[in-house]
Design a protein around this ligand. Structure first.
Ligand code: PMP
Ligand code: GLN
Length: 383
């Protein structure tokens, strides 16, 4: 007899990133869809990984990550944000920020709990909340700036609110939280049991001299926060799937309880390579804004004569493009058409909304070589 299958995620399909990357491959389109660089991470970092694999660093790492990497992370967050994280009790290395997000939500959200997210919201938040029996409360960000309407947050907070998920720099819009946002967040969570999950995987990709408002700058907010980052974005190695979470020890203890039964530990030689590289090149993070701002500006310059409307993105390696002057297709249709007929893949935005407003945006990833960006722009300028 065929067993009855009761899907725990009946409304979830394959992620848009996977779908579009496959389509780009099938159509041999330039892939400005899924966010990943088309260039490699630093030579030294890759050399260190080969070294550790060759030297036999191939067995389980400690549950929380190797001490040297946790120390490097602690010294980075101290240097950049002034936060004193104890490497032993407050820093956890995980196989990807996605896992840290899964563990933080699973550790804290239970049946009937509510979790506030801001739409367009990165795709892994809601399914994880759903697996925990929680309910996601969606607050839309309004184009073109995609800032938070805090009155809507205040109205949405209830005794069931367990967590607010923040994401700055924001994927897919590039929007940044400001110091005023943080001040208002303080007022919202004061005297509540609300926890914060701050997805800061693009922490170093902030442009035009702006400052990343990490939660790690706010010790009072950190008492209730998980801050998540990804080495994949920072070191151009998304396929290494390694990230970390900084959280006060009470929260870290709970996160690790889940982590030890999800993957148990991160990959050993990768952790050693990252630790060596962070020690040898702490300036790498400081150079990233200029590195990616240059790519953003090359792309924007190459697109100057196109009919896409583009406000320079303040953060991330994503650039939104408004296309109503070109087509009245929906963004899903537009992306299919761009990929199949025009040879450039992009990501639609409406898929990250519970209820998308009437708008015409696609997202382009500019973590690409200059040649790729110019070639893609040439095609897009013909539309
Ligand atoms: N959060 C956001 C906003 C992202 O864009 C990504 C990137 N893919 C992740 C989390 C996950 O990062 P990782 O690949 O380290 O799991
Ligand atoms: N975060 C990447 C993006 O936004 C994709 C990662 C994934 O495919 N899950 O494009």
């Amino acid at each position: 007899m065929q067993p009855e299958l009761r899907s725990k995620l009946p409304h979830v399909g394959t992620t848009i990133f996977t779908e579009i990357s496959q389509l780009a491959l099938d159509c041999q389109a330039i892939n400005l869809g899924q966010g990943f660089p088309d260039f490699d991470g630093p030579d030294l970092l890759r050399e260190r990984l080969c070294h550790y694999v060759q030297q036999g660093f191939n067995q389980y790492a400690p549950l929380a990550g190797i001490p040297k990497l946790r120390e490097q992370i602690a010294s980075k967050v101290k240097r950049l944000y002034g936060y004193n994280a104890c490497p032993d009790t407050e820093v956890t290395v995980v196989p990807g920020a996605t896992e840290a997000i899964y563990c933080a939500i699973t550790a804290c959200v239970g049946s009937g709990d509510e979790v506030i997210v801001f739409d367009p919201a990165y795709d892994c938040y809601e399914p994880t909340v759903a697996l925990c029996g929680g309910k996601t409360i969606h607050i839309p960000l309004q184009p073109p700036k995609f800032g938070i309407d805090w009155q809507r947050v205040k109205d949405a907070v209830s005794p069931r609110t367990r967590m607010i998920i923040l994401n700055s720099p924001h994927n897919p819009t590039g929007a940044l939280l400001s110091a005023e946002d943080m001040q208002t967040l303080r007022e919202v969570v004061k005297d509540t049991n609300i926890l914060l999950l701050s997805d800061e995987v693009y922490e170093h990709l902030v442009y035009d001299g702006q400052q990343h408002e990490s939660l790690l700058r706010y010790p009072d907010l950190m008492q209730r926060a998980f801050v998540v980052s990804s080495f994949g974005k920072t070191y151009h190695v998304t396929g290494w799937k390694t990230g970390y979470c900084v959280a006060p020890s009470l929260l870290t203890t709970e996160l690790r309880k889940v982590h030890q039964y999800v993957t148990f530990v991160g990959i050993t030689p990768i952790q050693w390579a990252l630790a060596d590289f962070m020690e040898a090149c702490p300036q790498h993070c400081d150079e990233l804004p200029a590195f990616y701002q240059k790519k953003r500006d090359i792309f924007l310059d190459a697109m100057a004569s196109s009919r896409f409307d583009m406000i320079p993105t303040p953060g991330t390696y994503f650039q939104l493009a408004e296309y109503s002057a070109i087509s009245d297709k929906t963004d899903r249709e537009m992306v299919q058409w761009l990929t199949r007929e025009q040879g450039v893949a992009a990501i639609p935005i409406s898929v990250f909304y519970q209820q998308a407003p009437d708008m015409r945006y696609v997202r382009f990833c500019f973590a690409k070589s200059e040649a790729t960006l110019v070639e893609a722009a040439k095609l897009l300028c013909q539309l």
